[in-house]
Design a protein around this ligand. Structure first.
Ligand code: PEP
Length: 264
């Protein structure tokens, strides 16, 4: 490893005037998997803010396995994210899937997300690093921990040290969940690197009933934050609806987990 190796203090990443990830504070990132409409995004954004979220997630460009699946609403989604951020004060985390979109995404996003499928797309990592914006780097679901960290090194080598590592599950023999959350990666990576570690239990398990226990496990394992999919109750999501929890469930999860962290 190069400059992300753990040497001194763990680093904190300032993502907006209002929020810094790491530095002993636990970060809640919440919002819909995909931005679908103004009504959907605004309502979820207000509710997750009231429930304790610090940052709003939502994909405008969606990297879907099937070319026939909903691909996101693209630049219109970025406009909606900008409006939701202005209305709620939440910083925006959103994915960039294509180097051609980096500039447009960087105009809106406080944190640019590199998804699991692009975790080793080195030219994209380079372009995203050059924006100077914080980057949330998902672990590729076929990547070992060293491979993931080397992807992060591409960002640091391009001069951008504001990197959040995000564990989101890996492919294993287990097929009861979508992927297998590698909870051991959290303390492992915290020992190897100074970068903050976020966990995405929603994409790891793909099932709403497991999101809360996995989020609590991530917090107990020393993660610096959690990113979860949230949609209104009864909303038929265009993307990954089966893993979304409701705003009420999110609020309860954040309250319970924050209490647990305070008592540790
Ligand atoms: C996402 O967070 O919207 C996403 C697509 O996640 P992943 O890249 O982990 O599958």
């Amino acid at each position: 490893l190069g400059s992300l190796a753990a040497t001194g203090e763990p680093s904190a990443v300032r993502v907006s005037d209002r929020w810094t990830v790491g530095g002993g504070r636990f970060t809640w990132i919440a919002g819909p998997c995909a931005v679908e409409s103004e009504a959907q995004l605004m309502s979820v954004a207000r509710d997750v803010r009231d429930g304790g979220a610090h940052l709003l997630r939502g994909g405008a460009f969606k990297p879907r396995t099937s070319p026939y699946a909903f691909q996101g609403i693209g630049k219109d989604g970025l406009d909606l994210l900008r409006d939701a951020s202005a209305a709620t004060g939440l910083g925006v985390v959103t994915e960039v899937v294509d180097a051609a979109h980096v500039e447009a995404v960087a105009e809106v996003a406080h944190v640019l997300q590199i998804g699991a499928r692009n975790a080793q797309n080195f030219p994209l990592l380079h372009e995203v690093a050059l924006t100077g914006r914080p980057v949330l780097l998902k672990r590729g679901f076929g990547c070992t921990v060293p491979e993931w960290l080397h992807s992060a090194e591409y960002l640091l080598a391009a001069g951008n040290g504001d990197v959040l590592l995000c564990e989101r599950g890996v492919r294993t023999l287990g097929n009861s969940t979508r992927f297998t959350l590698d909870i051991s990666a959290v303390p492992l990576v915290k020992g190897l690197s100074h970068l903050p570690v976020i966990v995405d239990p929603s994409h790891a398990c793909g099932r709403r009933d497991l999101v809360a226990p996995l989020a609590a496990a991530a917090a107990a394992a020393g993660a610096d934050g959690v990113m979860v999919d949230v949609n209104q109750e009864g909303h038929v999501a265009l993307c990954d609806g089966e893993q979304a929890i409701t705003p009420a469930e999110f609020g309860a999860l954040a309250r319970r987990t924050n209490r647990m962290l305070h008592s540790l």
